[in-house]
Design a protein around this ligand. Structure first.
Ligand code: SF4
Ligand code: SF4
Ligand code: FES
Length: 240
């Protein structure tokens, strides 16, 4: 493959602008390869974030031609069919500089959704095993593969309209823990996700599911939390 592609890249903070660079086309070139070429060969001050380059760490997500994507696993040939490529920072998060966003609000919402394991045992107890075939374990087979990339959070219109909404990733995390038989924090977790900003704010638009690079379905996890919180309320385990 030869030739060049014109790439518009966001530069600066929230009041920044797109600047266009010419980048050589390569076989099997990813969007992250393009960003890296600009930073290494054209402007070393370009800020962006990545680590693994193989779809594991979740740090490389950016807005590519208007949609949030993991850039290390997104081939230019798949997204730049019309010959143009526009790369910006993730939406719904503060821009630090260029393509780097501040992920703090994303992870603070994990805390608010009680997306943290609450142990029911001490270090002196035997290690508890979870049979892979148990219904609780099977219920979250897919969701435990979340790589925290923030693509769903950037894609979610409810996050855009409601700054208090925890968002699909935090609620997916809460759902995995709600099904973890070793966890002792479920009453507090179900209480947290039933309140303002929790699962009942989701409008089931499913853009999170359409764009999740791990093909997870946060909408289904959130629906699970809706059912679980209602059952807990009817049993008097959480307040309305
Ligand atoms: S289904 Fe819910 S979490 Fe997913 S994008 Fe829509 S509103 Fe957001
Ligand atoms: S649910 Fe999918 S899109 Fe959202 S953070 Fe996890 S891996 Fe990324
Ligand atoms: S660089 Fe790790 S997922 Fe893309």
């Amino acid at each position: 493959m030869s030739g060049e592609i014109a790439v518009s890249v966001w530069r600066g903070g929230k009041d920044g602008r797109y600047e266009t660079y010419s980048v050589p086309r390569r076989e099997s070139q990813t969007v992250l390869d393009v960003v890296t070429f600009v930073q290494r060969n054209i402007d070393p001050t370009l800020s962006y974030r990545f680590a693994c380059r193989v779809g594991v760490c979740g740090s490389c997500a950016m807005t590519v031609n208007g949609k949030p994507r993991w850039t290390c696993r997104t081939h230019v040939s798949k997204v730049a069919g019309g010959g143009s490529l526009e790369i910006g920072p993730l939406e719904n998060l503060p821009i630090i500089k260029d393509l780097a966003t501040d992920m703090q609000p994303f992870f603070e919402k994990w805390q608010q959704a009680k997306g943290v394991f609450a142990p029911s045992k001490t270090r002196h107890d035997d290690i508890e095993q979870i049979p892979p075939s148990s219904p609780e374990r099977r219920a979250v087979d897919a969701e435990i593969e979340c790589i925290n990339c923030g693509v769903c959070y950037a894609a979610c219109d409810t996050v855009r309209w409601n700054k208090d909404y925890f968002g699909p990733a935090a609620l997916t995390r809460a759902w995995t823990l709600a099904n973890d038989t070793r966890d002792a924090g479920n009453a507090a977790r179900l209480q947290a996700v039933s309140e303002d900003g929790g699962c009942h704010s989701c409008h089931s638009h499913q853009s999170c599911q359409e764009l999740c690079p791990q093909t997870l379905n946060p909408t289904a996890s959130i629906a699970g939390l809706k059912r679980r919180t209602l059952a807990a309320y009817l049993k008097g385990e959480i307040k309305g």
